[in-house]
Design a protein. Structure first.
Length: 411
């Protein structure tokens, strides 16, 4: 029997702080009219001091799990799509979420395909389910792009916002869920949308900080031309792979980057405005989070029904792009059972406690086993008790072995 990946849960998380165009015009040389006419954006959400990519991802994940009415231990894989991670290189945001929600059986990793990240994550999740390696996948797009913006650069700071969206996908034998997906990339346009410093090419240094090289840089004109060209084409290719045409589309949910780009893509597909979902005016460009957030809002507004055919399209830095055709296969309603919410709340509290206990246990082990080996660069007391391969050993174990050898010799 064929396997398909079906969306069974969805959720979003948005910072409470709203930054309007008017407020932004007090920070940088711009105006509400200038931003609206060029992008369609009226406001965006900005993460507070205690909100991070991982905390927003965790909230969205919990909402999606509750909608799916599953237990976190049923999740086989956690994927987080982001280019504004919690840490510079590691650990992954997905590992932090996996720990926070108590998904004990799940693997976890991040995907960075910039604003196209969610489409790449969706394709990977589909592949893992169709291949039989996973039955349930938690897919999250989460960003705190406000931390990577140069607030003196009006070509970028007016565009982006923060937020997270999550989906739970499960295996089904019915021909529903993700019917097709298409991915693409053109690395020759890598410099058009980038964060120049902080990687191996330009490691962080006083000079890169002074030159403000750790913020998003974009060639807006070229990115616009690329997006207008690719969005309609990749959506059409995904429809052809699914054996459908644009007339079969019930709702088009594109990456929410710019209203003019969205309108251009819809026009290329011949879709009327009532079959195109737009919320860029409220949140700006939330990168990999924009499509799942938009899907959640479309469901909330009653625009998604069972057997509807949806098209997702994303594009971003890389350059990268992707599209998917989805046939909705579950009731687009949220059943919130009081006992289930209570049980999940208790589980998340237990997961936090377990995580804290494990961290404490590691510190206790370090005290009793003398962690100075790792802290002092192999120069601590344990250096005298290293194995032949150079790794430290428990001195009590070494002493026991020495005593056993002595007894053997005496015999």
């Amino acid at each position: 029997m064929s396997r398909y990946a079906q969306i069974v849960g969805w959720g979003k998380a948005l910072p409470s702080r709203v930054m309007t165009n008017g407020e932004l015009s007090q920070i940088v040389s711009t105006s509400d009219e200038w931003i609206r006419t060029r992008t369609g954006i009226r406001a965006r959400r900005i993460a507070g001091p205690r909100e991070t990519t991982a905390s927003l991802a965790e909230q969205a994940a919990q909402a999606a799990i509750e909608t799916a009415d599953i237990h976190p231990t049923h999740i086989d894989l956690v994927i987080v799509c982001t280019f504004s991670p919690e840490f510079g290189g590691m650990p992954s945001v997905a590992s932090l979420v996996q720990d926070a929600i108590g998904a004990e059986r799940a693997g976890a990793f991040d995907i960075n395909a910039a604003c196209a990240g969610f489409m790449y994550g969706l394709a990977v999740a589909q592949s893992m389910i169709v291949s039989g390696q996973c039955d349930t996948v938690l897919l999250i797009g989460s960003e705190t792009l406000s931390r990577f913006l140069d607030w003196s650069d009006r070509t970028t700071c007016i565009l982006f916002g923060d937020g997270a969206g999550a989906l739970v996908l499960q295996a089904t034998e019915e021909r529903t869920g993700i019917l097709s997906s298409v991915l693409g990339s053109d690395g020759s346009g890598a410099e058009l949308l980038t964060i120049p410093a902080g990687g191996s090419r330009q490691p962080a240094s006083p000079q890169t900080i002074m030159d403000r090289q750790h913020y998003i840089r974009m060639n807006g004109r070229e990115v616009y031309k690329f997006a207008v060209k690719v969005m309609g084409n990749v959506a059409q290719e995904a429809l052809e792979r699914a054996g459908l045409s644009a007339s079969d589309v019930d709702l088009f949910i594109p990456h929410q980057a710019n209203l003019r780009i969205i309108e251009s893509a819809a026009s290329a597909l011949g879709l009327p405005a009532e079959r195109v979902f737009v919320n860029v005016q409220s949140y700006g460009n939330t990168s990999s989070a924009s499509i799942p957030i938009a899907l959640c809002e479309a469901i909330d507004e009653g625009l998604v029904k069972a057997d509807d055919r949806l098209v997702f399209v994303g594009f971003g830095g890389g350059l990268a792009w992707g599209a998917a055709v989805v046939q909705w296969g579950v009731p687009a309603t949220v059943r919130r059972r009081g006992w289930r919410l209570l049980w999940h709340g208790m589980w998340y509290s237990w997961a936090r406690g377990r995580s804290a206990a494990r961290r404490i246990a590691r510190k206790v082990d370090a005290v009793f086993l003398d962690g100075s080996w790792s802290r002092n660069g192999h120069n601590g007391p344990l250096a005298k008790h290293a194995r032949r391969d150079g790794r430290p050993t428990d001195r009590l174990l070494d002493a026991a072995k020495d005593k056993a050898s002595t007894l053997d010799r005496r015999r």
